[in-house]
Design a binder for this molecule. Structure first.
Ligand code: 3HC
Length: 311
């Protein structure tokens, strides 16, 4: 059965139970869930572009097949998440329109260019690694459909991260030029990967409320720290240097200290002024417009089918 009142909602959250689509929920809870889920879905869809350009240029059939599978997974993640948003009353066409017009966001990380094939490995290792840090706790998010989508998505993300790390291991055992290509990609993707976790807690509009409603289980800074602590040993094993002279183990904190993040860069990228924002949104708009005939045909077919049923 589903619950009708604020009291039930609060008791559900207090007991770490899940809010389901037909339960009563505060309008603000519904709105922030649509906001986060839609932007998460947009991130998956836009995220297909940076690595998608390397599918035709992968160095072997095996690498091409792996990258194709990963990009297809991202599309699937986007569709799960749009479906989760629809359980809250959001409309898929409306969410796409908001993405294309800049009224809904997608992750800053996808506004950077993929300049060499090593970027494909670094995206798997760092970007999907950061996504895993962020998404594992979301498996316990209070909104049922979102948490369940996360459980399935996390299984596929771990493959994404492992294939990236293995790709980099192979390049690091290659020529000097290949090793330099990996280091160059790490230098370009490290700080934007830390920014993926969002602004510092002191500057985060939603964290307090999202923690109170158990949408988020950890704050932006907590997850960022967890990602740094997890990644430093991996960088050592890979033989690359992370581009932060202030990065060091702090035994008192039992965590790594790291250098200051340039928050003005995150603000610039979020506001649309990153290296690839215009290109990413233009590509999404073009795909939507070129696909209009498919949507129109599906609607026409459904109408004909319904008329035949009724007739
Ligand atoms: N990129 C773009 N916008 C960002 C951002 C980022 N990295 N970090 C924060 N923002 C935006 C927020 O959306 C919010 O703007 P809004 O009010 O218009 O939505 C504003 O900056 C303030 O940030 P807050 O920290 O207050 O916002 P949140 O509480 O929503 O936290 C978040 C931001 C940590 C990204 C959170 O929304 C979240 O965990 N989202 C789900 C995870 C997600 O979206 N991941 C995308 C990563 S890419 C991915 O998963 C694909 C993978 O396959 C590689």
């Amino acid at each position: 059965q589903h619950f009708e009142t604020q009291q039930h909602f609060e008791r559900t959250i207090d007991r770490d139970q899940r809010v389901e689509p037909r339960d009563w929920m505060p309008d603000a809870y519904r709105a922030t869930m649509v906001r986060q889920i839609a932007q998460h879905a947009h991130s998956e869809i836009i995220g297909m572009q940076p690595e998608g350009v390397w599918i035709t240029r992968a160095p072997s059939l095996r690498r091409k097949a792996i990258l194709l599978a990963k990009v297809q997974d991202e599309a699937g993640h986007g569709l799960y998440l749009y479906s989760a948003a629809e359980t809250l009353g959001a409309d898929r066409g409306d969410m796409t329109a908001k993405l294309i017009s800049g009224r809904q966001k997608y992750s800053s990380i996808f506004n950077y260019p993929t300049l060499t094939y090593a970027d494909v490995g670094v995206i798997g290792w760092l970007v999907d690694g950061a996504a895993i840090c962020n998404q594992v706790p979301l498996c316990r998010s209070s909104y049922g459909p979102y948490a369940r989508a996360m459980i399935r998505i996390c299984k596929e993300e771990s493959f994404h991260q492992r294939q990236g790390y293995e790709l980099l291991m192979t390049l690091m055992r290659g020529t000097r030029g290949q090793r330099e290509m990996v280091q160059d990609a790490v230098d370009r993707w490290w700080w934007p990967s830390l920014m993926m976790f969002g602004p510092p807690d002191t500057d985060s509009t939603h964290t307090a409320q999202s923690m109170a409603w158990k949408i988020k289980r950890h704050t932006n800074d907590e997850l960022r720290q967890r990602f740094v602590d997890m990644t430093v040993p991996q960088a050592d094993a890979l033989g690359v240097t992370l581009p932060d002279p202030d990065l060091r183990w702090n035994a008192d904190r039992d965590h790594h200290d790291f250098g200051a993040i340039d928050w003005s860069e995150l603000k610039r990228v979020i506001s649309g002024d990153g290296p690839c924002n215009a290109e990413r949104v233009a590509a999404r708009r073009a795909a939507h417009e070129e696909g209009a005939w498919v949507r129109d045909a599906a609607v026409a077919y459904a109408a004909k089918h319904a008329a035949r049923q009724a007739g």
